[in-house]
Design a protein. Structure first.
Length: 279
């Protein structure tokens, strides 16, 4: 359980007021603010830093004003929601990538039970192009979010496929998960030459009318219908881009891992192309 000081520091980090009660309005506000302020990024995989899936991740997200992958920022949001009285539960998923589902426990997300609505809500701030707001699982109608049109399809007992704009994103599993369930996959992401987090170096945030992404030395800014792409040619330009666009202050730019292949773009945020279209 977080201390009051940790909770307030986290709320200050994302620019949120302490909610009066753990209801849907508060959950929507927290997810939106988190999505706009905490980047989806993997810089520590290339800086050689440890990746934590316990309370130590709060130091990175809150004090260092950094972001992370799903194992980090969905975990940190889980701690915050539980401290604020939300009935939050961890779950595992399998990401659809390169024409197949990755193995079990390669994505971590949350659900929140809200008695006022009598249903569970999917909360995911660690998928790059996640929804801005939580949405109901097993909803009969599509959920139209500022970040896309989200639908779900139950494919087997205990499993739901999640689609964005008609493209398969990942398979969600109903059963609760424990943080220890993800340790083996975290090790794989940190060490395997095929790890997408080692093959790519990225930092991305949505904006009110678009998205900003720095992948390697390529900065892409989308604002409405306008898209600008710039290759940053020196360390000072890279450091300034991290500071200006993401609020990340680094002593030196991260060095891509030996397995990096920046021609391989992360589908999470580079395009709307996902898996097969929803039937």
């Amino acid at each position: 359980m977080l201390t009051d000081e940790q909770v307030q520091g986290y709320l200050d980090r994302i620019g949120a007021a302490r909610p009066e009660r753990p209801d849907l309005a508060a959950l929507r506000d927290l997810q939106e603010r988190h999505t706009f302020t905490v980047p989806f990024e993997n810089l520590d995989y290339h800086l050689g830093h440890e990746i934590y899936m316990d309370e130590r991740v709060l130091d990175k997200v809150v004090r260092q004003r950094r972001g992370g992958g799903c194992f980090e920022i969905n975990t940190s949001l889980f701690f915050l929601l539980r401290a604020l009285g939300f009935a939050a539960t961890l779950h595992q998923g399998r990401v659809w990538l390169s024409g197949r589902f990755n193995g079990p426990h390669n994505h971590l997300m949350l659900t929140v039970d809200l008695p006022e609505t009598g249903s569970r809500w999917l909360v995911d701030v660690g998928f790059g192009k996640n929804s801005r707001f939580p949405f109901r699982l097993d909803a009969a109608e599509p959920y139209v979010d500022p970040h896309g049109r989200f639908t779900t399809e139950r494919v087997e007992p205990g499993a739901v496929d999640v689609y964005r704009n008609g493209a398969l994103q990942y398979r969600f599993y109903d059963g609760p998960a424990d943080l220890s369930d993800f340790r083996q996959n975290l090790w794989w992401y940190r060490t395997c030459p095929d790890s997408p987090f080692l093959r790519n170096m990225f930092c991305t945030l949505p904006t009110a009318d678009g998205r900003v992404t720095l992948q390697g030395d390529v900065l892409t800014v989308i604002a409405g219908d306008r898209r600008t792409v710039e290759t940053l040619t020196d360390d000072d330009a890279l450091l300034e881009a991290y500071r200006r666009w993401f609020g990340i202050v680094l002593d030196k730019p991260p060095t891509p891992s030996p397995y990096a292949d920046q021609s391989s773009r992360m589908a999470f945020f580079q395009s709307d192309d996902g898996g097969p279209a929803r039937r």
